[in-house]
Design a protein around this ligand. Structure first.
Ligand SMILES: *Cc1c(COP(=O)(O)O)cnc(C)c1O
Length: 233
């Protein structure tokens, strides 16, 4: 009989193979790419199984759920990524458990994140989320590429935040390839002044190959690892 553990192991094998193949096609080493398992809507018991199966990084997008799960799984030594839209009144609390906050898209989040990291006495690694949607698109998340420098400068002033790079989500209903090519260009420009901020979090279950081709160092995989989410987003 197949258990949940078997199911997760099979899914992980398959995504690890996809990552390795995509890396190889792009002349990159698979070790350059970190799999972030997006466990939102799935129970802490799944997080535990994933840790047993070698997953080191997990992603969550809703504060309350993330906080509870991180507490329940505190013994596992995982790296917790916050990947969701962030309200400034929740930012300090998020820095209380997140090791990486990937979704910083405005200067206003920097102070509360820094404060939360201070309270916890634990530096937080930060990615700036850039929007790949056309300017003015509705439901746009992420900073305008033109605002990235100002946000980066604010993060660099914060004692407990470490600027690591950029994050993006491909626009819904469009080919990911051209969007990720734009992202690669935005990142090249960004790296010309911030050579140490080399992380690029891009790629989800449906498009990880094209994100890796565009230089992703972190892929955020939910469905391909855990299956269809129990509730719809
Ligand atoms: C849910 C989510 C993912 C994972 O999406 P899948 O298509 O299930 O792999 C990745 N990134 C963000 C920001 C998400 O909210």
């Amino acid at each position: 009989m197949s258990t949940r553990r078997d199911e997760l192991a099979t899914n992980l094998d398959s995504v690890r193979r996809r990552i390795a193949n995509a890396a190889e096609r792009s002349g990159r080493h698979p070790d350059e790419i970190t799999l972030v398992a997006v466990t939102k809507y799935f129970p802490a018991s799944d997080v535990r199984l994933l840790a047993e199966l070698g997953v080191t990084d997990v992603g969550e997008n809703r504060h309350q759920e993330a906080q509870a799960k991180a507490a329940e799984c505190a013994d596992l030594g995982l790296r917790w990524h916050f990947i969701g839209g962030l309200q400034s009144n929740k930012a300090a609390a998020v820095a209380g458990y997140a090791d990486v906050v990937e979704s910083v898209d405005r200067v206003k989040l920097v102070d509360p994140l820094d404060r939360g990291a201070h309270q916890r006495s634990h530096p937080v690694e930060v990615l700036i989320q850039v929007s790949l949607d056309p300017p003015g698109a509705t439901g746009r998340s992420g900073a305008d590429p033109g605002d990235v420098d100002a946000i980066a400068a604010a993060i660099e002033q914060a004692a407990m935040l470490r600027l690591r790079g950029l994050m993006a989500v491909a626009p819904l209903g469009a080919e990911p390839g051209p969007a990720y090519s734009r992202l690669a260009a935005i990142r090249a420009r960004f790296l010309s002044t911030r050579a140490g901020a080399t992380w690029l979090s891009a790629g989800m279950s449906g498009d990880l190959e094209s994100a890796i081709e565009a230089g992703a160092t972190h892929v955020r995989l939910g469905t391909a690892v855990l299956g269809t989410r129990p509730r719809n987003l």
